[in-house]
Design a protein around this ligand. Structure first.
Ligand code: M7G
Length: 316
């Protein structure tokens, strides 16, 4: 599983998405002489504040190309030394159709999921088809990423593992992103939470905050602690991100703050079994087909997009 060998052999075939804001791209391709589809996700790293000095970006050793100078203004391209200039690279191999869908730019919609719709369509669908949870079991069973674990509460019922998220390099404090994965098996998502889980949820919140403060000196008041609905992976986990970092997936239509969840359950023990929960769905997702077939949503026709763009151009 040597990533160097893999990257060297990677043959790019198609760009699935290119986010110029986030400076990330996802490229689909293959490895020379190996079967299966590969996804490579490249992300330019955020600036580390402790590299904004004479050893880092302003080192005399850096190559600097002048683009233009005009009066008091100047544009330059700086080539910092390679140790501060890496590109975060994530490889998924072999990638499934579902991974391709997840990483492709595509039309999204919001479905308001009542508890009836959850039981009738969403639950049977995710029992039939979802991403494998092998990586989660590897972490919980001590087989992968053990050197990255920040905090481990081994209690079977109320324990959890806290470690850097795949989306984080684990060092750039400015983009801190950790994941708390519960040890208890069988809790799929926030839909399964009820009054029984309050001690677990409070423990994740309080012990998670303390562990992050001890290791990274970021106070709990600067952490955004939340669940996704729908998640991609149906083994209960909580996201911890730095408030000042606009982490991917913190949108209103996807995130539920842990404090809000605790409060809702305190007020109504089966709140999440009764609530209507909106969630975002992409047109390539098979669950979209389920809701479309049953008349709850329709696909945007490609022509509609073009017309919309034309109309807005005409009116401006
Ligand atoms: P989610 O809400 O289920 O999915 O969160 P989404 O945010 O991707 O839509 C799952 C989280 O687990 C995401 O933040 C992923 O970046 C993270 N994650 C996924 N994988 C496969 C791994 C992994 O292998 N290791 C770690 N540490 N995190 C992962």
């Amino acid at each position: 599983n040597d990533i160097h060998i893999k990257l060297k052999d990677f043959v790019p075939e198609k760009i699935l998405s290119n986010n110029t804001n986030r400076k990330t791209v996802c490229v689909l391709g293959k490895f020379e002489s190996r079967p299966g589809v590969v996804l490579v996700i490249l992300e330019k790293n955020a600036f580390k504040e402790d590299e904004l000095n004479k050893d880092g970006y302003f080192s005399v050793e850096n190559e600097v190309k002048t683009l233009f100078e005009n009066d008091i203004y100047g544009n330059f391209e700086c080539f910092p030394k390679s140790s501060i200039n890496g590109v975060k690279t994530t490889v998924i191999y072999p990638a499934s159709e579902k991974h391709i869908a997840k990483y492709s730019q595509q039309q999204r919609h919001i479905i308001l999921e009542t508890s009836e719709l959850y039981n009738k369509y969403t639950l049977p669908h995710l029992e039939k088809e979802q991403f494998t949870l092998q990586w989660v079991h590897n972490i919980l069973d001590g087989k992968s990423e053990q050197d990255r674990i920040v905090y481990d509460n081994k209690c079977e019922r109320e324990g959890f593992v806290l470690l850097p998220d795949l989306k984080w390099d684990g060092v750039t404090k400015e983009t801190l992103y950790l994941l708390a994965i519960v040890r208890a098996k069988g809790l799929k998502s926030l839909r399964d939470l009820n009054v029984e889980h309050l001690p677990l949820l409070k423990r994740i919140r309080d012990e998670g905050k303390k562990a992050i403060f001890d290791k990274y000196q970021i106070p709990g008041s600067q952490l955004r602690i939340y669940f996704h609905y729908q998640p991609s992976f149906y083994h209960l986990h909580v996201h911890f991100t730095y408030l000042k970092h606009e982490a991917p997936g913190i949108y209103a239509e996807k995130s539920h703050l842990l404090d809000t969840i605790i409060n809702n359950i305190e007020m109504m023990s089966d709140y999440y079994q009764r609530a209507s929960l909106p969630f975002v769905i992409r047109e390539m997702d098979n669950l979209f087909n389920v809701y479309e077939t049953n008349g709850y949503i329709s696909r945007v026709k490609p022509n509609d997009n073009i017309e919309l763009i034309d109309k807005s151009r005409r009116s401006s």
